[in-house]
Design a protein around this ligand. Sequence first.
Ligand code: NAP
Ligand code: F7E
Length: 346
Amino acid sequence: MPKTAFVTGITGQDGSYLADLLLSKDYHVFGMVRRSSTENFARIEHIRDRITLIQGDLLDASSLIKALERAKPDEIYNLAAQSFVPTSWDQPILTGEFTALGVTRLLEAMRAVCPDARFYQASSSEMFGKVREVPQTETTPFHPRSPYGVAKAYGHYITLNARESYDLFAVSGILFNHESPRRGLEFVTRKITRAAAAIKLGLQDSLELGNLDARRDWGFAGDYVDAMWRMLQQDAPQDYVIATGSTHSVRTLVNLAFASVDVNPEAHVRISAALIRPAEVDLLVGDPSRAKRELAWSPNTSFEQLVEMMVRADYDDLSGTHLGATARQTRTLKTIKSRRNALSAK
Ligand code: NAP
Ligand code: F7E
Protein backbone atom coordinates (compact mmCIF):
# COMPACT_ATOMS: atom_id res chain seq x y z
CA MET A 1 0.00 0.00 0.00
CA PRO A 2 1.45 3.43 -0.93
CA LYS A 3 2.59 5.59 1.96
CA THR A 4 1.42 9.13 2.64
CA ALA A 5 3.82 12.00 3.37
CA PHE A 6 3.07 15.49 4.69
CA VAL A 7 5.68 18.10 3.73
CA THR A 8 5.85 21.61 5.17
CA GLY A 9 7.94 24.04 3.09
CA ILE A 10 7.03 22.22 -0.14
CA THR A 11 7.35 25.46 -2.15
CA GLY A 12 11.00 25.82 -1.05
CA GLN A 13 14.15 24.34 -2.55
CA ASP A 14 14.25 21.17 -0.44
CA GLY A 15 10.47 20.66 -0.36
CA SER A 16 10.34 20.55 -4.14
CA TYR A 17 13.19 18.02 -4.45
CA LEU A 18 11.74 15.90 -1.66
CA ALA A 19 8.32 15.87 -3.34
CA ASP A 20 10.00 14.70 -6.59
CA LEU A 21 11.71 11.89 -4.67
CA LEU A 22 8.59 10.79 -2.77
CA LEU A 23 6.51 10.74 -5.98
CA SER A 24 9.16 8.56 -7.62
CA LYS A 25 8.61 6.15 -4.70
CA ASP A 26 4.82 6.20 -5.22
CA TYR A 27 4.00 8.19 -2.09
CA HIS A 28 0.81 10.17 -1.82
CA VAL A 29 2.26 13.64 -1.17
CA PHE A 30 0.47 16.37 0.79
CA GLY A 31 2.22 19.75 0.85
CA MET A 32 1.43 22.55 3.27
CA VAL A 33 1.38 26.04 1.74
CA ARG A 34 0.78 29.49 3.18
CA ARG A 35 -2.04 31.60 1.87
CA SER A 36 -0.65 34.36 -0.33
CA SER A 37 -2.16 37.02 -2.58
CA THR A 38 -0.05 35.64 -5.43
CA GLU A 39 0.92 32.00 -5.92
CA ASN A 40 4.50 31.03 -5.25
CA PHE A 41 4.53 27.56 -6.79
CA ALA A 42 7.29 27.86 -9.42
CA ARG A 43 9.41 25.06 -7.90
CA ILE A 44 6.48 22.61 -7.80
CA GLU A 45 4.74 23.65 -11.02
CA HIS A 46 5.93 20.48 -12.78
CA ILE A 47 4.23 18.24 -10.17
CA ARG A 48 1.18 20.37 -9.29
CA ASP A 49 -1.27 17.77 -10.61
CA ARG A 50 0.39 14.92 -8.68
CA ILE A 51 0.42 16.41 -5.18
CA THR A 52 -2.28 17.70 -2.82
CA LEU A 53 -1.78 21.17 -1.37
CA ILE A 54 -3.32 22.11 1.97
CA GLN A 55 -3.28 25.63 3.37
CA GLY A 56 -1.62 25.99 6.76
CA ASP A 57 0.93 28.04 8.62
CA LEU A 58 3.51 27.16 11.27
CA LEU A 59 2.24 30.19 13.20
CA ASP A 60 -1.28 28.77 13.43
CA ALA A 61 -1.57 25.61 15.54
CA SER A 62 -5.17 24.90 14.58
CA SER A 63 -4.28 24.93 10.87
CA LEU A 64 -1.62 22.26 11.54
CA ILE A 65 -4.09 20.03 13.37
CA LYS A 66 -6.64 20.32 10.55
CA ALA A 67 -3.99 19.66 7.90
CA LEU A 68 -2.76 16.50 9.65
CA GLU A 69 -6.35 15.29 10.20
CA ARG A 70 -6.89 15.61 6.46
CA ALA A 71 -3.59 14.10 5.27
CA LYS A 72 -3.35 11.25 7.84
CA PRO A 73 0.37 10.93 7.08
CA ASP A 74 2.76 8.06 7.72
CA GLU A 75 5.67 10.50 7.48
CA ILE A 76 5.94 14.21 8.30
CA TYR A 77 8.82 16.31 6.93
CA ASN A 78 9.10 19.71 8.63
CA LEU A 79 11.07 21.76 6.12
CA ALA A 80 9.28 25.09 6.56
CA ALA A 81 11.26 27.87 8.21
CA GLN A 82 12.49 31.43 7.87
CA SER A 83 15.73 30.10 6.41
CA PHE A 84 17.81 33.16 5.43
CA VAL A 85 20.41 33.95 8.10
CA PRO A 86 20.69 37.77 7.55
CA THR A 87 16.89 38.17 7.84
CA SER A 88 17.07 36.55 11.25
CA TRP A 89 18.85 39.62 12.66
CA ASP A 90 16.23 41.92 11.14
CA GLN A 91 13.29 39.74 12.23
CA PRO A 92 14.53 37.75 15.23
CA ILE A 93 11.13 37.32 16.86
CA LEU A 94 9.39 36.15 13.69
CA THR A 95 12.32 33.80 13.01
CA GLY A 96 11.85 32.35 16.50
CA GLU A 97 8.11 31.94 15.92
CA PHE A 98 8.54 30.09 12.58
CA THR A 99 11.81 28.29 12.95
CA ALA A 100 11.74 27.44 16.67
CA LEU A 101 8.19 27.44 18.09
CA GLY A 102 6.77 26.25 14.75
CA VAL A 103 8.46 22.90 15.43
CA THR A 104 6.70 22.55 18.78
CA ARG A 105 3.35 23.42 17.20
CA LEU A 106 3.80 20.73 14.57
CA LEU A 107 5.03 18.11 17.06
CA GLU A 108 2.06 18.84 19.35
CA ALA A 109 -0.32 18.52 16.38
CA MET A 110 1.27 15.20 15.47
CA ARG A 111 0.99 14.00 19.06
CA ALA A 112 -2.73 14.84 19.07
CA VAL A 113 -3.62 13.57 15.59
CA CYS A 114 -1.14 10.91 14.39
CA PRO A 115 1.35 9.92 17.13
CA ASP A 116 2.44 6.85 15.16
CA ALA A 117 3.68 8.90 12.22
CA ARG A 118 7.41 9.47 11.71
CA PHE A 119 8.72 13.04 12.01
CA TYR A 120 11.71 14.65 10.29
CA GLN A 121 13.05 18.01 11.51
CA ALA A 122 15.28 20.14 9.25
CA SER A 123 18.15 20.93 11.62
CA SER A 124 21.14 22.91 10.39
CA SER A 125 24.93 23.13 10.57
CA GLU A 126 24.33 26.78 11.58
CA MET A 127 23.78 25.35 15.10
CA PHE A 128 27.56 24.66 15.28
CA GLY A 129 28.29 28.35 14.58
CA LYS A 130 31.59 29.19 16.27
CA VAL A 131 32.74 25.62 15.88
CA ARG A 132 34.11 23.70 18.86
CA GLU A 133 35.75 21.00 16.72
CA VAL A 134 36.63 20.25 13.09
CA PRO A 135 34.99 18.38 11.43
CA GLN A 136 31.58 18.64 13.11
CA THR A 137 29.76 15.44 14.09
CA GLU A 138 26.46 14.54 15.79
CA THR A 139 28.15 15.06 19.18
CA THR A 140 29.86 18.43 18.51
CA PRO A 141 28.47 21.03 20.96
CA PHE A 142 26.38 23.86 19.49
CA HIS A 143 27.42 27.54 19.53
CA PRO A 144 25.00 29.30 17.17
CA ARG A 145 25.98 32.75 15.85
CA SER A 146 22.64 34.13 14.59
CA PRO A 147 19.00 34.23 15.72
CA TYR A 148 18.43 31.65 12.94
CA GLY A 149 21.03 29.29 14.42
CA VAL A 150 19.59 29.76 17.90
CA ALA A 151 16.06 29.00 16.62
CA LYS A 152 17.29 25.86 14.86
CA ALA A 153 19.00 24.68 18.06
CA TYR A 154 15.64 25.00 19.85
CA GLY A 155 13.91 23.04 17.04
CA HIS A 156 16.60 20.37 17.30
CA TYR A 157 16.28 19.91 21.05
CA ILE A 158 12.47 20.03 21.10
CA THR A 159 12.47 17.21 18.53
CA LEU A 160 14.87 15.18 20.67
CA ASN A 161 12.73 15.96 23.69
CA ALA A 162 9.57 14.71 21.94
CA ARG A 163 11.37 11.46 21.17
CA GLU A 164 12.54 11.01 24.76
CA SER A 165 9.35 12.25 26.49
CA TYR A 166 6.63 10.69 24.36
CA ASP A 167 8.45 7.92 22.52
CA LEU A 168 7.66 9.55 19.15
CA PHE A 169 9.66 8.55 16.07
CA ALA A 170 11.08 12.06 15.72
CA VAL A 171 14.51 12.71 14.23
CA SER A 172 16.68 15.62 13.10
CA GLY A 173 18.92 15.76 10.07
CA ILE A 174 21.79 18.18 10.72
CA LEU A 175 22.23 19.25 7.13
CA PHE A 176 25.17 21.32 5.95
CA ASN A 177 24.64 23.87 3.15
CA HIS A 178 23.03 22.32 0.10
CA GLU A 179 22.31 24.12 -3.12
CA SER A 180 20.82 23.66 -6.58
CA PRO A 181 19.41 25.58 -9.54
CA ARG A 182 16.27 25.91 -7.37
CA ARG A 183 18.14 27.72 -4.57
CA GLY A 184 16.76 31.12 -3.51
CA LEU A 185 18.48 34.01 -5.31
CA GLU A 186 19.74 35.66 -2.09
CA PHE A 187 21.90 32.72 -0.92
CA VAL A 188 25.56 33.13 -1.82
CA THR A 189 25.90 30.20 -4.27
CA ARG A 190 22.93 31.21 -6.41
CA LYS A 191 23.77 34.91 -6.15
CA ILE A 192 27.22 34.11 -7.58
CA THR A 193 26.18 31.62 -10.27
CA ARG A 194 23.39 33.90 -11.48
CA ALA A 195 25.74 36.91 -11.56
CA ALA A 196 28.44 34.97 -13.45
CA ALA A 197 25.86 34.01 -16.10
CA ALA A 198 24.33 37.51 -16.23
CA ILE A 199 27.73 39.22 -16.55
CA LYS A 200 28.73 36.81 -19.32
CA LEU A 201 25.50 37.68 -21.16
CA GLY A 202 26.01 41.43 -20.67
CA LEU A 203 22.93 41.73 -18.45
CA GLN A 204 24.82 42.79 -15.31
CA ASP A 205 28.07 44.67 -14.68
CA SER A 206 29.10 43.93 -11.13
CA LEU A 207 28.47 41.69 -8.15
CA GLU A 208 28.55 42.88 -4.52
CA LEU A 209 29.50 40.32 -1.90
CA GLY A 210 30.35 40.25 1.82
CA ASN A 211 32.89 37.95 3.47
CA LEU A 212 34.83 36.00 0.82
CA ASP A 213 36.84 34.08 3.45
CA ALA A 214 33.90 32.18 4.99
CA ARG A 215 34.15 28.45 4.34
CA ARG A 216 31.23 26.09 3.83
CA ASP A 217 30.63 22.39 3.16
CA TRP A 218 28.41 22.70 0.06
CA GLY A 219 26.46 19.74 -1.38
CA PHE A 220 23.61 19.20 -3.86
CA ALA A 221 20.05 19.44 -2.50
CA GLY A 222 18.88 16.54 -4.68
CA ASP A 223 21.34 14.23 -2.86
CA TYR A 224 20.38 15.56 0.59
CA VAL A 225 16.61 14.94 0.40
CA ASP A 226 17.39 11.27 -0.15
CA ALA A 227 19.13 11.27 3.26
CA MET A 228 15.98 12.76 4.87
CA TRP A 229 13.87 9.91 3.48
CA ARG A 230 16.41 7.29 4.59
CA MET A 231 16.33 8.62 8.17
CA LEU A 232 12.60 7.88 8.40
CA GLN A 233 13.05 4.30 7.10
CA GLN A 234 15.34 3.25 9.99
CA ASP A 235 14.28 0.78 12.70
CA ALA A 236 15.12 3.26 15.47
CA PRO A 237 15.00 7.08 15.51
CA GLN A 238 18.44 8.72 15.38
CA ASP A 239 19.93 12.10 14.36
CA TYR A 240 22.44 12.36 11.51
CA VAL A 241 24.96 14.84 10.09
CA ILE A 242 24.53 15.13 6.32
CA ALA A 243 27.52 16.73 4.59
CA THR A 244 30.17 16.11 1.93
CA GLY A 245 33.19 16.29 4.27
CA SER A 246 34.89 18.96 2.09
CA THR A 247 34.99 22.69 2.67
CA HIS A 248 35.60 25.63 0.31
CA SER A 249 35.73 29.41 0.68
CA VAL A 250 33.28 31.82 -0.92
CA ARG A 251 36.32 33.14 -2.85
CA THR A 252 36.92 29.69 -4.38
CA LEU A 253 33.25 29.49 -5.31
CA VAL A 254 33.47 32.87 -7.08
CA ASN A 255 36.60 31.87 -8.99
CA LEU A 256 35.12 28.53 -10.08
CA ALA A 257 31.78 30.01 -11.19
CA PHE A 258 33.37 32.86 -13.14
CA ALA A 259 35.99 30.57 -14.72
CA SER A 260 33.20 28.31 -16.00
CA VAL A 261 31.93 31.20 -18.18
CA ASP A 262 35.42 32.54 -18.87
CA VAL A 263 34.96 35.86 -17.03
CA ASN A 264 37.61 37.48 -14.81
CA PRO A 265 35.99 37.99 -11.35
CA GLU A 266 38.45 40.75 -10.38
CA ALA A 267 36.90 43.02 -13.00
CA HIS A 268 33.39 42.61 -11.56
CA VAL A 269 33.30 41.58 -7.88
CA ARG A 270 33.15 44.30 -5.21
CA ILE A 271 33.07 43.93 -1.43
CA SER A 272 30.21 45.67 0.36
CA ALA A 273 30.51 46.31 4.10
CA ALA A 274 26.70 46.17 4.30
CA LEU A 275 26.85 42.43 3.48
CA ILE A 276 29.21 41.55 6.35
CA ARG A 277 27.20 39.83 9.11
CA PRO A 278 27.11 41.00 12.75
CA ALA A 279 28.56 37.60 13.73
CA GLU A 280 29.99 35.20 11.16
CA VAL A 281 30.26 31.42 10.97
CA ASP A 282 33.82 31.15 9.66
CA LEU A 283 34.26 27.46 8.95
CA LEU A 284 31.88 24.55 8.52
CA VAL A 285 32.80 21.03 7.49
CA GLY A 286 30.76 18.00 8.45
CA ASP A 287 31.67 14.40 9.10
CA PRO A 288 28.93 12.24 7.51
CA SER A 289 30.43 8.92 8.71
CA ARG A 290 27.34 7.88 10.70
CA ALA A 291 25.06 8.51 7.71
CA LYS A 292 27.39 6.56 5.44
CA ARG A 293 27.51 3.65 7.88
CA GLU A 294 23.90 3.43 9.02
CA LEU A 295 21.91 4.98 6.14
CA ALA A 296 24.17 3.78 3.32
CA TRP A 297 24.03 7.42 2.17
CA SER A 298 26.76 9.37 0.45
CA PRO A 299 26.72 12.45 -1.79
CA ASN A 300 26.78 11.85 -5.56
CA THR A 301 27.63 15.38 -6.67
CA SER A 302 31.02 17.09 -6.19
CA PHE A 303 31.42 20.79 -5.42
CA GLU A 304 32.78 21.38 -8.93
CA GLN A 305 29.82 19.55 -10.54
CA LEU A 306 27.38 21.52 -8.37
CA VAL A 307 28.82 24.91 -9.37
CA GLU A 308 28.92 23.91 -13.04
CA MET A 309 25.28 22.68 -12.88
CA MET A 310 24.11 25.93 -11.28
CA VAL A 311 25.98 28.28 -13.62
CA ARG A 312 24.72 26.35 -16.64
CA ALA A 313 21.10 26.46 -15.39
CA ASP A 314 21.33 30.21 -14.77
CA TYR A 315 22.96 30.80 -18.14
CA ASP A 316 20.23 28.79 -19.93
CA ASP A 317 17.51 30.59 -18.00
CA LEU A 318 18.86 34.08 -18.65
CA SER A 319 19.78 33.46 -22.26
CA GLY A 320 16.27 32.18 -22.92
CA THR A 321 17.19 28.56 -23.64
CA HIS A 322 14.58 27.71 -21.00
CA LEU A 323 12.80 31.05 -20.71
CA GLY A 324 11.85 31.53 -17.04
CA ALA A 325 9.90 34.39 -15.49
CA THR A 326 13.03 36.17 -14.27
CA ALA A 327 14.63 35.88 -17.68
CA ARG A 328 11.53 37.23 -19.34
CA GLN A 329 11.52 40.19 -16.92
CA THR A 330 15.23 40.82 -17.50
CA ARG A 331 14.73 40.70 -21.27
CA THR A 332 11.77 43.07 -21.12
CA LEU A 333 13.81 45.52 -19.04
CA LYS A 334 16.70 45.26 -21.49
CA THR A 335 14.37 45.93 -24.42
CA ILE A 336 12.83 48.94 -22.64
CA LYS A 337 16.30 50.30 -21.82
CA SER A 338 17.61 49.92 -25.37
CA ARG A 339 14.42 51.54 -26.81
CA ARG A 340 14.82 54.41 -24.33
CA ASN A 341 18.50 54.81 -25.31
CA ALA A 342 17.58 54.75 -28.98
CA LEU A 343 14.90 57.44 -28.39
CA SER A 344 17.22 59.72 -26.37
CA ALA A 345 19.91 59.35 -29.04
CA LYS A 346 17.49 60.76 -31.65
P1 NAP B 1 13.59 27.68 1.56
O1 NAP B 1 13.84 27.47 0.10
O2 NAP B 1 13.80 29.03 2.14
O3 NAP B 1 12.07 27.22 1.84
C1 NAP B 1 11.44 27.52 3.06
C2 NAP B 1 10.00 27.04 3.00
O4 NAP B 1 9.37 27.32 4.25
C3 NAP B 1 9.15 27.71 1.91
O5 NAP B 1 8.33 26.74 1.33
C4 NAP B 1 8.32 28.70 2.73
O6 NAP B 1 7.08 29.00 2.14
C5 NAP B 1 8.10 27.88 4.00
N1 NAP B 1 7.66 28.69 5.15
C6 NAP B 1 8.33 29.71 5.72
N2 NAP B 1 7.65 30.16 6.77
C7 NAP B 1 6.51 29.42 6.87
C8 NAP B 1 5.39 29.40 7.75
N3 NAP B 1 5.27 30.27 8.74
N4 NAP B 1 4.42 28.48 7.56
C9 NAP B 1 4.50 27.61 6.54
N5 NAP B 1 5.53 27.57 5.66
C10 NAP B 1 6.52 28.47 5.83
O7 NAP B 1 14.47 26.67 2.43
P2 NAP B 1 15.25 25.33 1.99
O8 NAP B 1 16.61 25.70 1.54
O9 NAP B 1 14.38 24.50 1.14
O10 NAP B 1 15.44 24.63 3.41
C11 NAP B 1 14.47 23.73 3.93
C12 NAP B 1 14.64 23.61 5.42
O11 NAP B 1 15.94 23.12 5.73
C13 NAP B 1 14.53 24.93 6.19
O12 NAP B 1 13.96 24.63 7.44
C14 NAP B 1 15.97 25.38 6.37
O13 NAP B 1 16.08 26.23 7.49
C15 NAP B 1 16.63 24.03 6.57
N6 NAP B 1 18.03 23.93 6.19
C16 NAP B 1 18.42 24.32 4.93
C17 NAP B 1 19.74 24.15 4.55
C18 NAP B 1 20.21 24.54 3.17
O14 NAP B 1 21.43 24.64 2.98
N7 NAP B 1 19.29 24.69 2.20
C19 NAP B 1 20.65 23.56 5.44
C20 NAP B 1 20.20 23.16 6.69
C21 NAP B 1 18.89 23.33 7.05
P3 NAP B 1 6.86 30.25 1.14
O15 NAP B 1 7.21 29.71 -0.22
O16 NAP B 1 5.42 30.56 1.32
O17 NAP B 1 7.79 31.34 1.57
O1 F7E C 1 25.92 32.32 3.15
C1 F7E C 1 28.91 34.51 2.96
C2 F7E C 1 28.09 34.59 4.22
O2 F7E C 1 23.52 32.95 2.90
C3 F7E C 1 27.07 31.52 3.09
C4 F7E C 1 20.96 28.55 4.77
O3 F7E C 1 20.41 27.62 3.88
O4 F7E C 1 22.96 27.25 5.06
C5 F7E C 1 22.46 28.52 4.67
O5 F7E C 1 22.98 29.54 5.51
C6 F7E C 1 28.31 32.31 3.43
C7 F7E C 1 28.21 33.16 4.71
O6 F7E C 1 24.17 30.60 3.60
C8 F7E C 1 27.56 36.99 0.70
O7 F7E C 1 28.63 35.58 5.11
C9 F7E C 1 29.51 36.44 1.46
O8 F7E C 1 29.38 33.01 5.45
O9 F7E C 1 24.54 31.28 1.31
P1 F7E C 1 24.46 31.83 2.66
P2 F7E C 1 24.32 30.34 5.19
O10 F7E C 1 24.26 31.61 5.96
O11 F7E C 1 25.52 29.48 5.39
C10 F7E C 1 22.64 26.86 6.38
C11 F7E C 1 23.20 25.47 6.62
C12 F7E C 1 21.20 26.98 6.69
O12 F7E C 1 20.65 26.23 7.49
C13 F7E C 1 20.51 28.21 6.19
O13 F7E C 1 19.09 28.03 6.16
O14 F7E C 1 28.54 33.25 2.39
N1 F7E C 1 28.61 35.59 2.00
N2 F7E C 1 28.90 37.32 0.65
C14 F7E C 1 27.38 35.90 1.55
N3 F7E C 1 26.18 35.35 1.78
C15 F7E C 1 25.10 35.88 1.15
N4 F7E C 1 23.88 35.33 1.36
N5 F7E C 1 25.22 36.98 0.32
C16 F7E C 1 26.43 37.58 0.06
O15 F7E C 1 26.50 38.53 -0.70
